[in-house]
Design a binder for this molecule. Structure first.
Ligand code: UT7
Length: 324
């Protein structure tokens, strides 16, 4: 028998304010037609002044705990994936820990930009499987809108804000793909591409958080190749065929990238969870937000196989295979 991290619940939070493509066309030279055709995005939620990363993370965490029907006090690990912490330090996870009324356990942030949620999930899974935590909150939370140059049409149309959370618990499994829980996680990075997707400056260089800059075409090209590789790696590690996957829940950066991965897996669009049209790219929050939507509407059910994949700045990329 081996220890497995199992999903006990999930939840999400989206800011109240919705900004459509037509709204953006009043700010910069763009059009609903261009944005929809190139990305699949129709609208995004944008955080108000009180909707900080920690507040949205807290709301998502509470929704996930309610879904899991467990009390916050049982949580002994909080990992938040975020590129937009409330403060440069301490970790936003520490703030969420306090806001949940917790006085024990440990909490920290993980930084892998758009791959952040898959990284955070892998980290929490390893702590649980080693017996160093029993109940974990894994959160992706972003106020990415605060990193955008709202005069730059190339980047400002792509991103949105929000938070999503999973509660993980521990169960015993046989050690094969029939187990419930996280079956495997696969992480990669290649720092040679550091400058392809980044902010200009940061706390340790310019003393400011900076704005997002991206070589869109290069990122796109790498995303298609790397995601295809890493989903293959996840399937091979579990001796699984693409047809055994019930749901693909990808990072939501571009509908064309998502379609590329689905095509590679020969998966019909009905088996792919997409939120990009309404949420845009919420960086580390996009996967848990998509999971929250598809669990709530009854698509993802207990016992089904769910494949997550993501690619982001660094470059970082990764995948996780879960039996829900
Ligand atoms: O989440 C992290 C990972 N991020 C990604 O995976 C993003 C990957 N990249 C992409 O999704 C795409 O590269 C973009 C959606 C960012 C851009 O799409 P593209 O098809 O690669 O367009 P492009 O950058 O080659 O731009 C084509 C044209 C350019 O005009 P010219 O040079 O052909 O005259 C741009 O100036 O579209 C223009 N353009 C726009 N036009 C209207 C760029 N942004 C806009 C805009 N509205 N918002």
């Amino acid at each position: 028998m081996i220890r497995r991290s199992v999903v006990l619940g999930c939840g999400g939070y989206l800011p109240k304010k919705i900004v459509t493509n037509d709204d953006l066309a009043k700010l910069v030279e763009t059009s609903d037609e261009w944005i929809v055709k190139r990305t699949g995005i129709k609208a995004r939620h944008i955080a108000g002044p009180d909707e900080t990363t920690s507040e949205m993370a807290l709301a998502a965490a509470r929704a996930a705990l309610a879904d899991a029907k467990i009390e916050a006090k049982t949580v002994d690990l909080i990992v938040i994936a975020t590129t937009t912490p409330d403060n440069t330090f301490p970790a936003t996870a520490a703030k969420v820990q306090a806001k949940l009324g917790l006085e024990r356990g440990f909490a920290f942030d993980v930084q892998a930009v758009c791959s952040g949620f898959v990284y955070a999930l892998a980290v929490a899974d390893n702590f649980i499987r080693l017996g160093q935590a029993r109940t974990a909150l894994v959160i992706g939370a972003e106020t990415f809108s605060r990193l955008l140059d709202w005069n730059d049409r190339v980047t400002c149309v792509l991103f949105g804000d929000g938070a999503g959370a999973l509660v993980l618990g521990v169960e015993e499994g046989r050690g094969d793909k029939s187990d419930r829980g996280i079956l495997s996680t696969h992480l990669h990075s290649d720092g040679r591409y550091y400058d392809m997707l980044r902010t200009e400056g940061g706390p340790g260089t310019t003393g400011a958080s900076g704005h997002v800059q991206m070589e869109g075409k290069e990122v796109f090209r790498h995303a298609v190749v790397r995601l295809a590789e890493v989903v293959d790696e996840a399937l091979a590690a579990n001796d699984m065929k693409p047809e055994e996957i019930d749901w693909l829940v990808p990072h939501q950066a571009n509908q064309r990238i998502i379609d590329g991965t689905a095509k590679k897996l020969n998966m019909a669009s009905e088996r792919v969870v997409t939120t990009i049209a309404e949420h845009a790219n919420t960086s580390a929050a996009s996967i848990p937000l998509a999971l929250a939507v598809a669990v709530k509407d009854g698509r993802i059910k207990r016992g089904q196989i769910v494949l997550l994949d993501a690619m982001g700045g660094g470059f970082t990329w990764g995948a996780a295979l879960i039996r829900w």
